[in-house]
Design a protein around this ligand. Sequence first.
Ligand code: ADP
Ligand code: MG
Length: 697
Amino acid sequence: MSSFFDTKIDYLRGVGPQKAVLFNKELSIFTYGELIQHYPFRYEDRTQFFKIKDINEDLEHVQVVAKIRSIETIGEGNRKRLVAHIFDETGEMELTWFKGIQWVTKKLIIGVPFVFFGKPNKYGRKFSIAHPEMEPVTAVQEEKSFFQPVYPTTEKLRAKFLDSKGISKIMEGLVQVAYPQIQETMPEDILQRFSLISKKEAVKQIHFPDNPEILKRARFRLKFEEFFFVQLRLLKLKLTRTEKSKGQILNQTELLTKFYKEHLPFQLTEAQKRVVREAFADMKSGKQMNRLIQGDVGSGKTMVAFICILIAISSGAQACLMAPTEILANQHHEGLKEYAGLMGLNIALLTGSTKKSARKVIHETLLSGELHIIIGTHALLEDVVQFKNLGLAIVDEQHRFGVAQRAKLWAKNEQFIPHVLVMTATPIPRTLAMTLYGDLDISVIDEMPAGRKPIQTVHRYDKDRLKVFGFMRKQIQMGRQIYVVYPLIEESATLDLKNLMDGFESISRAFPEYPVSIVNGNMKPADKDFEMQRFVKGETKIMVATTVIEVGVNVPNASVMVVENAERFGLSQLHQLRGRVGRGADQSYCILMTKYELSKDSRVRLETMVRTNNGFEIADVDLKLRGPGDLMGTQQSGLADLLIADLSKDAPILTMARDAAQLLLQDDPDLSLPNHAMVLRQIKNQKKHAINWSRIS
Ligand code: ADP
Ligand code: MG
């Protein structure tokens, strides 16, 4: 943007230095550019009026014309409130104020028609609006605008008359002076191809739309633009990377063939085969692989990883597999040790608790090339860990590792950056994945191994606990094992731990005949491991734990997952937890325990879990409930900064914008054509802003 948009808002009409400070602090708005991008989040159609009898609770807001019948104050001190009883020819309702009572009382005139506006809530049989906006009828009739913009604001701003209306007034002045200064940011051919209106028009119309149709086009244009530049940046990154990063050619398959012939314990699913092919194509391409494997819990990612490891070793390279927790690294090691042994390969485990002497041996044999496969935690990232020739680096459960950590892995081979496979069990919608991991290629294992019985999921209230215990007992009698999981959230860790211990005691009391394990995050790794192993061996029948078991643990005989305080878990977390059971041949169950009162969102989460086992479907609901801001990876991708586009709702626009960006880069990979100058400028501008942001926060 030109310097005009860098102008500080301090002397903008209607702002002034004092209000400017508030804008700075409350909304991080400093400049004209930032203010003009403070878009309305909705519009109120002030041309529509409701009759009182037509009001219902589903309405976000209503506007009624009504007269005041009577006014009263109820309660004392802090709880004092003002209630006005109003009526029209169809019915009666109430208005309530908890603050500013004196001031409001003066404004209310009995018997005179007012326009009232606000969110209706039902109390008993009557509707009530708390703190409505109000105006005498005449003033409203002069209102010209079709749609009134509603701006995000805060309590502190409101206190200085910067409510939505106040901001709207300032915005009117700003849009007027800014309009001639707004420059187009997208190339003409893209505007035409996707029928986009000009930037100028879009900005003006998004604030003060002439009609609903043009508003729609303005929003479309601005969303498109946002996605377009994010995609362009990611695609450009990927382009540079594939150009720059040569990959070691890993194209030998002797070990693989032998493994397939002699040791493969089951038929691969079609999805596993496809993903292996995709990864193999990368590994032998001469370009560096950066591939994400998405697959639901239990879809068999580990086997795919092992097969890729075999390809790497056949071709004379080494491989490493990094897991986010010690338990998980351990389990991978246990699982793969067997296969590696059958294939005559050397494998070792390196974690924080590996003894010094063992560590030394590992370091030496990695460097000499004697050790083929190393499994481990973050410990693998340490500088002392050096390879003879690391060809393939696999990262499990990627959301726990940052981009910076991945980069550390890359540095482990000086000649060639190792091929990187990232495995995640957090399914996300494909469009979103393309964006979040825009710099990775994506493979999806969208099929479960044959013979799996879908897990049966139920929701039970705390009062049903005895019945649940009864069910648990029956399952144990049938030879099964059971997880009971409690939430553990840092902010309430002490309480949560107490909760866990109470639960452990009540279960121990309820099942005196069975040994019960307990594992929590405060235990030493060795103790945790000891308890885990007891459970894995079947010595204990019930495992009471916090979410430490969330990731990766594999006990095929465990067929029941009881989640306590299930309302406190997010959807994807619940899905991950449920994935801990259903790994053997038996019918498995997931029991979600909650208290009786639940928020609407909690109910949706629980219903979704009961309805479906499909991770992608669950991810969709999750995205809708939480919005993309909370999703892992959004921060790094720049998507967290989206001003107007919404990843959960605007996927079609995202796809179009990605296509547009792809086309542009095909024509002009360096963006060096004169008619793309504005695009280049815009990208550079974005970078500049990104830096500013990080400095501020
Ligand atoms: P995840 O994708 O969650 O990491 P795992 O790799 O741990 O899943 O696999 C889950 C279980 O399924 C393991 O016990 C594994 O041996 C088994 N498994 C993997 N692939 C197949 C297959 N094609 N057929 C049968 N069982 C399989
Ligand atoms: Mg796994």
